[in-house]
Design a protein around this ligand. Structure first.
Ligand SMILES: [Zn+2]
Length: 336
């Protein structure tokens, strides 16, 4: 297939076996006039079957997916696959190397750059290649996220609330195979251009995740990422190393569908939370307070909420600025 992209690669997506390589993304630097930025990619293919497109590091400071996918590439052999795995562990590699959410090359958020353009900044060029070269091959799309520095979440596999209920049902089924405590249905409150939104719009079974964080990085979330994705791939018979096992405990399906479920800081300052993640909170309640850094002895500003439910996310770092999402509130969700 001829792909109209500035990015090229020596990877042959149609070839059986395990291939390790990179995407060559054109770049021109003061120190290297003719240059390519390398984005690592692996393809593991065996015969006919569905294609799963798996990525981590869309946000550079979220490492759970990067580690889970690096291990997947090392562990899985072609004879354990029926179909094809296309794996990009560090989608926004410049950001992953800098330990930042956004790319230091062009200052952009990869997860606001989709579908990207043929002539674009580095972040947009990668998004464009994923959109027009890789997504057409994919049946199943997984982009592993966590809270990074600025947010902390209860562990979830997530998706938008789609109008296409058949697609949605299949996505919830795929998400439930992970065995994460929650399947989380979210709305966009911080802009468009998301990778999952674009993949969902193409009708693909598309999953994201939010696995903990607030700069925490440990075995519990890594286990969900690593075990979850493998169990889901077994459910689709793409991975045949072991039989699929339904999770011992079913995920709770929850949603934050009201704008006011996303609580934005009314002022900048130091946020003191009054609740832990997982606590039940009520509409009208004060869930924390914000101390002014300029007038620290002034009365702190209360953070009142306008919806009730389970406290699902919280600011990952106490020094917050006005308008930052410092809490998300979810309620049980039923597809029917
Ligand atoms: Zn993220």
């Amino acid at each position: 297939m001829k792909i109209d992209s500035q990015i090229f690669t020596s990877i042959d997506y149609e070839k059986d076996g395990k291939q390790i390589g990179h995407l060559n993304v054109p770049q021109s630097l003061n120190t290297a006039g003719w240059a390519n930025y390398f984005i690592p990619i692996a393809v593991i293919k065996n015969g006919e079957g569905p294609t799963a497109l798996l990525s981590g590091g869309n946000h550079g400071d979220e490492y759970e997916g990067q580690v889970a996918l690096l291990n997947l590439v090392r562990d899985i052999q072609p004879e354990q696959v029926q179909g094809r795995l296309i794996i990009i562990p560090m989608l926004n590699r410049p950001a992953a190397l800098a330990g930042t959410r956004l790319s230091p090359v062009d200052g952009r958020n990869m997860n606001r750059a989709f579908p990207g353009e043929r002539n674009d900044t580095l972040t947009g060029l990668i998004a464009h290649y994923v959109s027009y070269a890789l997504l057409p091959m994919a049946d199943l799309v997984v982009d592993i996220h966590s809270g990074g520095r600025s947010l902390q979440f209860l562990a979830s596999v997530n998706m938008h609330n789609l109008a296409n209920k058949e697609q949605m049902k299949e996505m919830v089924r795929a998400a439930s195979a992970w065995g994460a405590p929650y399947v989380f249905i979210y709305e966009d409150v911080a802009g468009g251009g998301l990778y999952p939104s674009y993949a969902e719009s193409l009708g693909k079974t598309t999953l994201g995740t939010e696995l903990g964080s607030a700069n925490q990085f440990g075995t519990e979330m890594l286990h969900i990422a690593s075990h979850g994705i493998r169990n889901m791939l077994r459910m689709y018979n793409i991975l045949t190393d072991k039989p699929f096992e339904p999770p011992a405990k079913a995920s709770e399906v929850v949603a934050a569908l009201e704008q006011s479920d996303y609580v934005m800081a009314p002022v900048s300052g130091i946020f003191e939370p009054f609740f832990e993640l997982g606590d039940q909170v009520e509409s009208g309640q004060t869930i924390g307070q914000i101390f002014s850094t300029e007038l620290p002895f002034a009365e702190p500003t209360p953070v009142k909420i306008r919806t009730g439910g389970i406290l699902f996310s919280r600011a990952g770092f106490p020094l917050i600025h006005q308008g930052a999402c410092i809490a998300t509130i979810v309620r049980p969700f039923s597809l029917t």
